[in-house]
Design a protein around this ligand. Structure first.
Ligand SMILES: *Cc1c(COP(=O)(O)O)cnc(C)c1O
Length: 397
């Protein structure tokens, strides 16, 4: 029995069955490559689901973690934490935001945004104005409030009653959004590009129209940039493509280059609603994670990461389009920067399994959309290798 098989057996015994895991036992990683416990290398175009944007074990992130680990791991938010302050300063300097609340995951960042929207609205307009409109096919997390916010019945099934106060409108349909607004509405929350829902890009002008709608009705505009933020679309934040600003934005995944962190960014007027005692997190923004966040942000901002994302994004798009011209079962390529989706007319699950066998990590969302979210440091040579493997699989279909 190989070392992998031994771990897989043990993994099926005492760990919850919440994930249908692939037969890969992760051991180490470097750049765009993940190595399993038996020494097999995989070209990683999933990047821990858009977390490892700087590649695996980026030396600057590792050095920041090692240095901080020797000084202070945790001290609680009763005290001021320099690394957390620095990270908040960097995020605010480069975004619309004035203040940042730190937590440990994307779902928690969205929970904070939902609480902030309700609290701001309750303080200003009274407690009857609590509804948040989100998009169908969205994904906002797995806690009870965030599955309630997620416009996908499959994710909600079996967990009712959901948290009241969420309504859904089809993504990209401005009229449907208008029709969903009632006197109870306090906010609109959406991903600028839907990740888990199938890499769905809204029509041009849609996000601006959503911003106008929020202004007209005094609604908070919350952008969930947990997957698309921090350089992945070719700008630091996805909202920057549309010359608008949200009032609140949530971040997580790539923010600390691998370690868990979440953040809710807000303009002063709204952030003020979360006064002392209204919200909190034991671990949120602790010295270790915040140090990794600072190193990650500095690297994204100064090492040509976003420029590389733009260049490699258009190269990958071209290569995927060439595959599309060869294979009739590829119906559409969409996305922006290095979040690209390939919609198929057939199921994608088996393609992902075959790719894994051949040393390529990709995934499939919404049943038939292959999703490509490689590290932003990916090279043309690695893209070529990926395309060769994919082409080989497609030829045999
Ligand atoms: C991953 C993701 C989340 C949830 O993040 P967790 O860290 O898993 O809680 C929320 N929103 C979007 C858009 C995501 O991609």
């Amino acid at each position: 029995m190989s070392t992998s098989e031994n771990w897989i057996d043990r993994g099926l015994t005492h760990v919850t069955k919440t994930y249908g895991r692939y037969p890969l036992v992760a051991a180490s990683g470097e750049g765009c490559w993940l190595t399993d416990i038996d020494g097999k290398r995989y070209l990683d175009f999933l990047a821990g689901v858009a977390v490892n944007s700087l590649g695996h074990c980026h030396p600057k992130v590792v050095a920041a973690l090692q240095e901080q680990a020797g000084k202070l791991l945790h001290c609680s938010n009763y005290y001021h934490i320099p690394q957390q302050i620095e990270l908040a300063e960097i995020i605010c300097e480069h975004s619309f935001g004035d203040r940042v609340f730190f937590c440990n995951s994307g779902a928690e960042a969205n929970e904070a945004a939902i609480k902030l929207a309700r609290k701001y609205s309750a303080d200003k307009f009274g407690g009857d104005r609590f509804e948040i409109i989100t998009a169908l096919d969205s994904f906002h997390g797995r806690t009870l409030a965030t599955i309630s916010a997620t416009g996908q019945t499959a994710i909600q099934a079996g967990f009712t009653p959901l948290i009241p106060g969420f309504k859904y409108a089809p993504f990209g349909d401005i009229q449907a959004l208008k029709d969903a607004i009632t006197p109870q509405t306090c906010a609109i929350m959406m991903e600028p590009i839907q990740g888990e829902g199938g890499v769905n890009v809204p029509p041009a002008g849609y996000l601006q129209a959503v911003r106008e709608l929020c202004d007209q009705h005094e609604l908070l505009l919350i952008f969930d940039e947990i997957q698309v933020g921090l350089g992945r679309t070719g700008k630091l934040f996805a909202y920057q493509h549309d010359a608008i600003e949200p009032d609140v934005m949530t971040l997580a995944k790539a923010l600390a280059g691998g370690p868990p962190i979440g953040a809710m960014v807000a303009k002063e007027e709204y952030a003020a609603a979360l006064a002392p005692g209204t919200h909190g997190s034991t671990f949120g923004g602790n010295p270790l994670m915040a140090a990794a966040g600072v190193a990650t942000m500095q690297t994204i901002l100064t090492d040509g990461i976003i420029e590389n994302c733009v260049a490699m994004g258009s190269y990958l798009l071209e290569q995927l389009q060439q595959l599309q011209s060869k294979y009739s079962f590829i119906s559409q390529i969409r996305g922006r920067g290095l979040i690209l989706g390939m919609e198929l007319t057939i199921a994608g699950g088996d393609i992902v399994k075959t790719a894994l066998e051949r040393g390529l990590l990709i995934n499939c969302t919404a049943g038939k959309v292959l999703r490509f979210v490689p590290p932003l440091i990916v090279t043309t040579a690695e893209i070529d290798q990926m395309i060769t493997i994919l082409d080989g699989i497609f030829q045999e279909l």
